[in-house]
Write a protein that binds this ligand. Structure first.
Ligand code: IYT
Ligand code: CU
Ligand code: CU
Length: 282
């Protein structure tokens, strides 16, 4: 059938022409074969066939759900929904399933892994969204023990309330931490090892973000074990530094997707809490 480490994608249109809201995700994944599942929303899926070799979406994709083996699944808070549908710029879903070990398919049984979305047409008081911080220019020198990828942006919109976060790097990432900076004070939104299952974990609920704050993240990498420079890129020999914040926002002025790709200044990151430099053992 197919090989280990196979990524399969299914694209499907949002099944209504009106606005709709996803209020719950119900994962179905066979524990012995599925390594992770990601749900994206976008306007233009790359293909409607099953392989993801050319990627998921042709336009800007937004991650809406992540399931990872051995991690508890994320729940949306009450009165919070992801807005989808023709007007929302999100007319399609793409589900990516990573099958890690396909030896369980030796008996040729069919796999029914997937995701059930509970949707409603009733407008929700709060809209869920994703704020993605990503590094675009990090270079990790071979053998160098510590390289930091620092990202920071000023926040100039309506208040967001983070409730979950997800980290993503490839093999060299040790810890990824995300913060709100207000009046010079750093408050942790979330901190996790990217070597643990890359699901959405609960965020520090006390930390909201409003106009005038700064949002910042640091990925701690090591170049140990490498014999050449490592750059940001798509293969598993490349690296990535991502901190995703899942938030809700008052529906009156909701923005469902924001990102930050600016590298943070040395002066600003002088004051990052020490925990951001402490690897998480796995
Ligand atoms: C270069 C990089 O860091 N890529 C990340 C972040 C990313 C996610 C999305 C970039 C774009 C997106 O549309 I959604 I442009 C990246 O590819 N991360 C992977 C995913 O493919 C989602 C990850 O697992 O976080
Ligand atoms: Cu996986
Ligand atoms: Cu990646």
């Amino acid at each position: 059938m197919f090989q280990s480490d196979t990524y399969l994608c299914t694209a499907f249109p949002v099944p209504t022409s009106r606005d709709a809201y996803i209020v719950d995700f119900i994962p179905h994944a066979s524990m012995d074969t599925v390594h992770h599942m990601l749900l994206f929303g976008c306007q233009t899926p790359v293909s409607t066939s099953s392989y993801c070799v050319q990627g998921t979406c042709a336009d800007e994709a937004s991650i809406m759900y992540a399931w990872a083996r051995n991690a508890p699944p994320t729940k949306l808070p009450k009165d919070v929904g992801f807005k989808v549908g023709r007007n929302s710029g999100m007319s399609h879903f793409v589900l990516q399933i990573h099958y890690g070990d396909i030896s369980a398919f030796r008996d040729h049984h069919r796999d029914c892994s997937g995701l059930t979305l509970r949707m409603t047409s009733k407008p929700q008081p709060f809209i869920a969204g994703i704020y993605l911080l990503m590094s675009v220019d990090t270079v990790i020198l071979p053998g160098k023990k510590v390289t930091n990828a620092d990202i920071a942006c000023d926040y100039t919109s309506y208040p967001i309330y983070p409730f979950a976060f997800r980290t993503h790097t490839h093999h060299l990432g040790k810890v990824v931490s995300g913060y709100r900076i207000r009046d010079g004070k750093w408050s942790l939104i979330g901190r996790q090892s990217p070597q643990l299952p890359q699901a959405f974990y609960p965020a520090n609920k006390e930390v909201n973000v409003k106009y005038g704050d700064t949002i910042a993240a640091r990925c701690l990498f090591t170049g140990e074990g490498r014999t050449s420079k490592t750059y940001i890129g798509g293969t598993s020999d490349d690296e990535m530094c991502n901190f995703y914040i899942m938030y809700y926002m008052d529906s009156k002025h909701a923005i469902p997707y924001m990102n930050c790709m600016e590298s943070g200044s040395k002066e600003l990151f002088q004051h990052i809490p020490a925990e951001a430099n402490v690897p998480i053992a796995v």
